[in-house]
Design a protein around this ligand. Structure first.
Ligand code: PLP
Length: 284
């Protein structure tokens, strides 16, 4: 495997950043994960837009023009011979003597790109079975709209899920409403057949997959309601599912050990998953 690190393509096993990198010292950086399908990036344009936004919100400059970044992403995918998988991109505030204040503006941001293949058959097997989620109290900061590498609450919540035999942890706010998963957006399908997901204005990351699912639903003539839902509502729902670039649409069949609907993946999640790649943008 090959990784791109600050201008060089290096063997993945030897790819490293400096101990004084602010990503390492302070989690002072942001990232993106883009699905790769048939060797091509899915929704690259939107992922790059979100990267630019995340960087802007924490005042890190884009380390290179977007066109050049596109070349690096493609080259990393190519050198790793990834057909189906993900490409990962991380930008930090660079290397400087440890000090909370921003370093001198001349400090170049650090940039790392890696790519990894996944097994589509395994993902399909998961989707056919559905996954479980647990619920945990929301304990993250209120800027989760920024795709920062500071993911300790997410790490702890997902590990707790794994220990409980579940795939994902859903964060729940003080009003009992689900915000999102540790690395996914959360959705339900009500008894009336409405698809419900929390508005992106409050308490969640605006997932790219989430945005595309709105378009997929429209194509399938399914109604989407952007509003918060409670855990109780999710337990009474006909279906539930999670979305992320790495998993697309994944049916949720258990919440805290209780079955959702009939405890099997439902038709809405299945249709959204099957139609997703007809709608998502793929560029050469
Ligand atoms: N919410 C969180 C906290 C995430 O970390 C992610 C993806 O990593 C998502 C939602 C889904 O976003 P996307 O669909 O852009 O992958």
């Amino acid at each position: 495997r090959i990784a791109y690190v600050n201008g060089l393509y290096v063997p993945h096993a030897e790819a490293a950043v400096h101990v004084e990198d602010r990503g390492y010292q302070f989690a002072d950086g942001v990232y993106e994960v883009c699905e790769v399908r048939g060797g091509k990036m899915v929704d690259e344009r939107r992922h790059m837009q979100r990267l630019v936004r995340s960087l802007g919100e924490i005042h890190i400059r884009l380390p290179m023009p977007l066109a050049a970044l596109g070349v690096v992403l493609r080259e990393t995918i190519r050198r790793n011979r990834v057909r189906d998988g993900i490409v990962y991109l991380q930008v930090t505030r660079g290397v400087a003597r440890r000090d909370h204040y921003f370093p001198d503006p001349s400090t170049p941001p650090s940039i790392v790109v890696t790519a990894r293949a996944s097994d589509p058959a395994r993902a399909e097997a998961s989707a056919a079975q559905g996954v479980g989620v647990i619920t945990v109290p929301e304990n993250r900061w209120d800027r989760v709209d920024i795709k920062t590498v500071g993911l300790l609450p997410n790490v702890l919540a997902k590990e707790q899920a794994k220990t409980a035999g579940a795939r994902e942890a859903w964060f729940v706010d003080k009003e009992g409403r689900v915000t999102e998963g540790g690395s996914t957006n959360a959705w339900i399908v009500t008894a009336e057949g409405r698809i419900v997901t929390r508005p992106a204005e409050a308490g969640i990351l605006r997932g790219i997959t989430r945005t595309v699912v709105f378009e997929v639903a429209e194509k399938l003539q399914l109604r989407v309601e952007e509003r918060a839902f409670t855990v109780a509502e999710a337990l009474a729902a006909r279906e539930a599912f999670i979305t992320a670039a790495s998993t697309v649409v994944m049916p949720v069949v258990r919440i805290d050990g209780h079955p959702v609907g009939e405890g099997r993946p439902g038709p809405v999640a299945r249709a959204l998953r099957e139609t997703f790649h007809q709608v998502a943008e793929v560029a050469d």
